[in-house]
Design a protein around this ligand. Sequence first.
Ligand SMILES: [Zn+2]
Length: 88
Amino acid sequence: MFGKIFSRNYSCSDTLEHLQSYLDGETDSKTARKVAAHLADCPNCTDELSLYQQIKVSLRAPKVEVDPQVLQALNDFGRRVAQSDAQS
Ligand SMILES: [Zn+2]
């Protein structure tokens, strides 16, 4: 869906693949630009980014555990993206 409209940028699955290292600052600048460009266009991946950020914050706070529902939402989203990419 979004992948077709914004085909010059990363697809959702490309973005999700790099999202973790993007947040960690481990992507090269070219990849970081593509991820950022996709995030600017894609509300779904922006949601995903905030989920990752919640998880990172949770992991850094010793007393707070990652909400299982957040992890579930991440897994579900990844699966939906993979399916929609496979069908297109
Ligand atoms: Zn996306």
